[in-house]
Design a protein around this ligand. Structure first.
Ligand SMILES: Cc1cc2nc3c(=O)[nH]c(=O)nc-3n(C[C@H](O)[C@H](O)[C@H](O)COP(=O)(O)OP(=O)(O)OC[C@H]3O[C@@H](n4cnc5c(N)ncnc54)[C@H](O)[C@@H]3O)c2cc1C
Length: 332
């Protein structure tokens, strides 16, 4: 532990069923960007039923001190219990900033905690820069229609950081110090809320926000039967989800929870593949922060190409079978 017994930054690493969610590592990149020299002032908190093994891996990967909080009711995400843990950590370490990954659950955690403890709460951070007045955090508001820049002093701040916004660089994982792992004991009776199961989603409609890869279908796929091909493409990747433009949901080809855009979800995966999507402003607002965008469209002037890194002027029905064939051949 650092000599002051205090941590400047506390970040919560998300887990499900005692396994770290990959996107949580991006918090390490965020922290290293805002506090490049703060290694000894950072504590990563990991919760679960039995997570000591994951702690070792996390310490090796981050070089930051780790606090393991084990409780039976943390086997599945438990926002209510997490708020209580943040209270305990705040009293124990008096940090200046709490960081969590931006998920709906974590937004409820930081807002409840901030209201109770007088912290400033900023959710959905997409980028950060230094100014002479303080740290400038940027995020999308009003469903992505506007960008908001907030200048903050890093004191009593609780933030959520958008998945995909901060990427770990090679030297982020070059560890310079030995991490300290501490187990924080909590009373079994402290929990008042027990999540009992998690239903796996059969249609990869799981969290669009958490997916590394989103394969998104637009009206240009032609008919709902062609969604099977879209699902086949998604199955080629780990942690992939299916997205959709609004007409696809309006036509009941997919439920509205797949919709990306101003009236749907805002996403920033590592890869966003737009299949037969024209690229209306309303759609682009929800996906333009993706790290890499590949768009397939028969119209060479489609607006989606203005934000695409890879432009494929082709019929999706022609492109996808060839793409899958080549991808599978290379893989093996
Ligand atoms: C208030 C409001 C909110 C909205 N919110 C959203 C939102 O959140 N999300 C959203 O997506 N939309 C939203 N919309 C709708 C939006 O304006 C567009 O109508 C919609 O995004 C268009 O969807 P699309 O690209 O799938 O369809 P289209 O605009 O019809 O485009 C289909 C595309 O497919 C291409 N194509 C056709 N056949 C093929 C083929 N065989 N192979 C390859 N390409 C092909 C065409 O060239 C075309 O570019 C909103 C609209 C309003 C008014």
């Amino acid at each position: 532990m650092n000599s002051s017994g205090r941590y400047k930054v506390i970040a919560v690493i998300d887990t499900i069923e005692d396994k770290i969610l990959h996107q949580s590592f991006e918090l390490v990149a965020f922290i290293k960007q805002i506090f490049p020299d703060a290694a000894s002032g950072v504590l990563l908190v990991i919760t679960g039923r039995n997570i000591i093994e994951e702690c070792g891996m996390l310490a090796d990967k981050s070089g930051f001190d780790i606090a393991a909080v084990e409780h039976n009711d943390f086997y599945y995400p438990n926002p209510a219990l997490l708020v209580k843990i943040l209270h305990i950590l705040q009293k124990k370490y008096n940090p200046e900033i709490f960081c969590l990954t931006n998920t709906i659950r974590n937004c409820s955690v930081v807002s409840a905690f901030s209201a109770e403890c007088g912290f400033h709460c900023i959710t959905g951070i997409e980028s950060v820069s230094e100014t002479d007045k303080g740290l400038m955090l940027q995020r999308s508001i009003f469903n992505g229609k506007l960008k908001e820049k907030v200048i903050v002093s890093v004191q009593k701040l609780a933030v959520t950081v958008n998945p995909g916004a901060f990427q770990l660089k090679q030297d982020d994982t070059e560890i310079k110090s030995e991490a300290f792992i501490e187990k924080i004991e909590i009373d079994e009776g402290v929990s008042g809320y027990k999540p009992v199961s998690l239903n796996e989603n059969s249609d990869m409609e799981s969290s669009l926000e958490d997916a590394d890869v989103i394969i998104a279908a637009g009206r240009g796929i032609g008919k709902p039967e062609n969604l099977e091909m879209v699902r086949d493409v998604a199955r080629m990747f780990d942690n992939a989800a299916i997205g959709a433009s609004r007409p696809v949901c309006d036509n009941r080809w997919l439920p509205y929870r797949h919709q990306v855009g101003v009236t749907g979800k805002t996403v920033s995966p590592k890869l966003y593949m737009a299949l037969g999507i024209s690229g209306s402003q309303q759609h682009i607002a929800g996906m333009k922060n993706s790290q890499c965008i590949a768009a397939v469209n028969t119209d060479p002037h489609a607006a989606i190409f203005s934000v695409a890194d890879y432009i494929i002027i082709e019929d999706v029905n022609v492109f996808l079978p060839v793409f899958m064939k080549i991808y599978n051949k290379r893989k093996w």
